[in-house]
Design a protein around this ligand. Structure first.
Ligand code: SDX
Length: 428
């Protein structure tokens, strides 16, 4: 294959190198385009633009493939644990037993938050959205560890990584406890990562709390499925914030805010609210799908469509099956799951969705299973952030390990008024 792309502008030819990845993806390298031709490219929403080369996650949207460091998501979801996957994403290889034990121990040692940080919650309204409190509290972590904020000092970054992975479940649980006026428990180091989170969420000082192993295993798998997804909106936000050399806490806080949006991670909350509204209003699936074709964000079929997947999101397939299995094992039924399955059946046979290649994405069934596991709806997107924490960290690190990494600063094409003279207000 030709290693160059050729561009002709005003009779002048430019040769642009073609970059080829390990999965044979190809890109035109335009790093020298403006210097050679004075031209820039324009691509609102970056639908055709790669921001980096990355060795972390590979996905093929046409074939519905997703792999973390080469391992298929299906195998990791089945056989691994979230902290092991976090190690894989961040360190690049599956850990040995000794490495994993040290990693888990290091994270577990940092699950407690500073007593003064607990006071921060008292300032928030009870109805504060968990994504607002989590973003604020994660940014506030930087004020408690001023000695560990250097983004290029490996020891300081490692300390921040352990603190983020260790404390985020605690921070999320405290957001929920604050909203219901219940006391904050302290983490328990005798419990696993997810069991500890469940106890912080649903335990009280009044009685012992034993996490349900079925629920814990399902949640751990959901964190794996949400752990990374190449250069999505929030991950790109984390990379861009990191490119200014903002510390890791500040960069992650920015990512949490970007994930909150209903077009992105906020969709899992939107989906469940959509399913509940359909049930409450007695709408049929057909009626709702017809409404969803309107060209505005208000009536969209939330949980459907994806920038990259033009096929079934492999995570949605796993979560759909897990939802059915977990409900069966918990001995409960879910009207919401029935509605979701019906909507999928109708949409996938509807020309509007077929021609636009709109399939269920990770958010379509995740809310149904979060709800079945007892997670409150406003905390769904914080669960997404808990899983994505590993990927954000891995991507932020990869940026900092890139030789000659530059600050991210896109250009633009100006379309405003050309030069004009200032007119003093008395003459306007
Ligand atoms: C996540 O990028 C990632 O990797 C994200 C993520 C991750 O792991 O990080 O996978 C997580 O964010 C999943 C997506 C969650 N969001 C939703 O479920 C919200 C609903 N979906 C959409 O808003 C939309 O599909 C996006 C935002 C996800 C993707 O938007 P694009 O790529 O910009 O596509 P688009 O909005 O231009 O849609 C293409 C067409 C449009 O119709 P036309 O103008 O061509 O006629 O499809 C239509 C859209 O109107 N469309 C939908 C639809 N999604 C797209 N119509 C109805 N219902 C929908 N859900």
């Amino acid at each position: 294959m030709d290693p160059y792309a050729r561009l002709e502008v005003d009779g002048k030819q430019y040769e642009l190198p073609i970059v080829v990845g390990t999965e044979q993806e190809r890109a035109i390298d335009i790093t020298k385009l403006r210097g050679q031709s004075g031209l820039i490219t324009l691509d609102p929403g970056y639908k055709n633009t790669g921001s980096c080369e990355s060795a972390i996650t590979f996905l093929n949207g046409e074939q519905g493939i997703l792999r973390y460091r080469g391992y298929p998501i299906e195998e990791l979801a089945e056989g691994s644990s979230y902290l092991e996957v976090a190690y894989l994403l961040i360190r690049g290889e599956l850990p040995t037993r000794t490495q994993l034990d040290a990693w888990v121990e290091g994270v577990r040692y940092h699950t407690m938050v500073h007593e003064d940080l607990r006071q921060l919650y008292a300032a928030f309204p009870k109805a504060a959205h968990p994504m607002a409190t989590c973003s604020a509290v994660v940014a506030a972590l930087s004020t408690f560890y001023p000695e560990d904020l250097n983004p290029v000092d490996p020891a300081q970054v490692h300390a921040s990584i352990e603190r983020l992975l260790g404390k985020f479940p605690t921070i999320t649980a405290y957001s929920y406890k604050h909203s219901i006026g219940q006391p904050f428990l302290y983490p328990s180091n005798r419990l696993s990562y997810v069991e500890n989170f469940l106890r912080l969420m649903f335990g009280t000082p009044c009685e012992d709390y034993e996490p349900d192993p079925v629920v814990a295993r399902a949640l751990d798998m959901l964190l794996i499925l949400h752990a990374d997804h190449e250069q999505n909106c929030s991950t790109s936000t984390v990379r861009i914030a990191g490119s200014s050399r903002a510390n890791l806490f500040a960069s992650i806080s920015a990512g949490i805010s970007a994930l909150w949006g209903p077009r992105h991670g906020g969709a899992n909350q939107q989906v469940v609210e959509m399913l509940e509204a359909i049930d409450h209003e007695g709408l049929t699936g057909k009626q709702f799908v017809e409404q969803a074709k309107a060209h505005d964000d208000t009536s969209r079929l939330n949980g459907f469509g994806h920038r990259v997947y033009k096929n079934y999101d492999p995570r949605a397939r796993i979560i759909k099956q897990a939802a059915t299995d977990v409900l069966e094992r918990l001995g409960v039924t879910s009207r919401l799951l029935e509605i979701a399955v019906d909507l999928e059946r109708i949409a996938l046979s509807d020309e509007y969705f077929i021609e636009r290649k709109l399939y269920p994405n990770v958010d379509f069934y995740s809310g149904v299973i979060f709800k079945a596991l007892g997670i409150p709806t406003p905390s769904f997107t914080a669960m997404f952030a808990m899983g994505r924490m590993a990927g954000w960290i891995a991507q932020w690190l990869e940026y900092h390990q890139e030789p000659g990494n530059a600050i991210s600063r896109p250009r633009q094409i100006y379309t405003g008024p050309t030069e004009r003279r200032f007119v003093p207000i008395d003459e306007r």
